[in-house]
Design a protein around this ligand. Structure first.
Ligand code: ATP
Ligand code: MG
Length: 443
């Protein structure tokens, strides 16, 4: 098996070799190359110690000298060059107390998390695969290097990495590795929220968001996203659904595109259903008010995960509005009002979530739902063509005009602008200076 290594990386390997050191590409880039995927980045492992690496290259960054990592800059790209190392004891379930540099590649491969991530490659020496990584790639297995129990005890982050890689690659977690994970989920509390968010987001945005079920089965969401467990444990006895809230949520995640905002909106769109559930005399379940309540819970969940504000805000709008027009009773006016409140910039994402939500439901009234959806798409297209006023900024009068008409600046001004917007949302042809000034005079 030959791996095509970029020129800049080859140059770094050669330079280290020529100075008498061993050097290999290692980890994710070897795995991805063997899978025929484009690697995200090329990491190099070497027998040279950090100061020796620094002495060889003109432009370097001290990324983590104590851990042996120097970043070598070449044509504007950074390549992490890390000294062969052995990790000391892990007393905090997350970081080794000490690291020891080593002269042996084998030591370095032994400390890595999964067999598919523990392979090194050199253009002349070929593949170094001491743990059967290539065979596991073939078998599509995530298997811990060495004794799984010990590996998860050392570093609980690996629990999340296992499921994340399974989701990204479409792999299965090998049974022994899976059992070991179960025994160590408690230790997830030692992992920083930032690392949890990184791994969870990668899983959620992967080609296999259905691995959320694996997180649940392994008891991981109970620790990091208990809201999801409640969804998995909330049946929906209604003609509109065929599954519990959790499985419906997964189905919707699978139907939306892989953008972060869409996947988080899908994950959380029904998050308040467990709280909003009521059952009528006929035994049918209802979830009144869950979109608005869900937007609040979704915000809390995403804040706890320290997701960036932009994504939180956008996802919460989608959660809040995901049932907009569901009853199929929208008319032109109520449609414009809704779009105005939602913000037209969110509308394409709302449509995407709404369609995915529909596909994740039962077949009850499928044709009607599809027709309602198409009608909303039609109304949206028409709105894009006609460009009616939808915000205060679109009004034919501005603050200065209103002051001239005698409206005092301050809260009254804001109130008046809102009233005017409502007035033109009802009938866009009212959006002229004369008509609006007249309205203000009579108000
Ligand atoms: P990605 O495509 O997400 O970058 P990757 O395999 O390159 O995948 P990184 O987090 O960049 O993952 O780590 C690079 C390599 O370092 C891994 O392939 C693995 O060999 C090793 N590694 C990373 N994190 C751990 C960990 N927590 N425990 C053991 N080894 C790890
Ligand atoms: Mg990487």
């Amino acid at each position: 098996m030959k791996i095509r290594i970029p020129q800049d990386v080859l140059w770094i390997l050669r330079k280290l070799n020529n100075a008498g050191y061993e050097a290999y590409v290692v980890g994710g880039c070897v795995r991805d190359s063997l899978l025929g995927r484009e690697p995200n980045d090329w990491d190099i492992t070497t027998s040279a110690e950090p100061l020796q690496v620094k002495a060889l290259f003109r432009r370097t960054i001290d990324t983590g000298l104590q851990h042996g990592t120097v970043t070598v800059l070449n044509h504007g790209t950074g390549y992490e060059v890390t000294t062969y190392r052995l990790d000391g004891d892990y007393s905090d379930h997350r970081r080794p107390e000490s690291v020891t540099f080593s002269r042996n590649l084998a030591d370095d491969l032994m400390r890595r998390d999964f067999t598919i991530n523990a392979m090194a490659y050199h253009p002349e020496r070929g593949l170094v695969d001491l743990y059967g990584g290539e065979a596991d790639l073939e078998k599509k297995l995530i298997r811990a290097v060495g004794e799984p129990e010990e590996r998860f005890r050392e570093d609980a982050l690996r629990i999340l990495r296992a499921v994340r890689f399974a989701a990204q690659l479409g792999f299965v977690i090998e049974p022994g590795t899976r059992d070991a994970i179960r025994g160590h989920v408690e230790e997830l509390s030692y992992v920083s929220i930032e690392r949890i968010e990184t791994e969870l987001t990668k899983l959620i945005c992967s080609p296999h968001p259905e691995m959320m079920e694996e997180l649940y089965q392994l008891g991981i969401t109970a620790k990091i996203l208990p809201e999801f467990d409640r969804m998995m444990e909330t049946p929906q006895n209604t003609i509109y659904h065929r599954t519990d809230v959790g499985h419906h949520t997964i189905a919707v995640m699978q139907q939306v595109s892989s953008r972060k905002v869409m996947r988080y909106a899908a994950l959380l769109h029904d998050v308040a259903k467990p709280d909003c559930k009521t059952t009528d005399e006929q035994g049918a379940d209802h979830f009144y008010g869950h979109p608005a309540a869900g937007a609040e819970v979704a915000r809390d969940v995403m804040k706890r995960l320290r997701i960036e504000n932009r994504t939180i805000d956008d996802a919460c709008v989608l959660v809040y509005w995901h049932d907009f027009g569901l009853k199929g009773d929208l008319n032109e006016v109520s449609f414009r009002r809704g779009v105005s409140r939602m913000g037209i910039e969110h509308f394409p994402d709302y449509l995407e979530l709404r369609y995915a939500d529909m596909l994740g439901q039962s077949d009850y009234q499928k044709e009607k739902k599809e027709a309602d959806y198409q009608r909303i798409v039609g109304m949206y297209r028409q709105l894009l063509e006609e460009k009616p006023p939808l915000t205060v900024k679109d009004l034919a009068v501005n603050g200065k005009d209103l002051m001239d008409a005698g409206v005092p600046a301050g809260p009254e001004m804001g109130e008046m602008l809102k009233k005017l917007l409502d007035y033109v949302l009802e009938n866009p042809s009212r959006n002229t200076k004369e008509i609006l000034t007249e309205y203000v005079k009579n108000a």
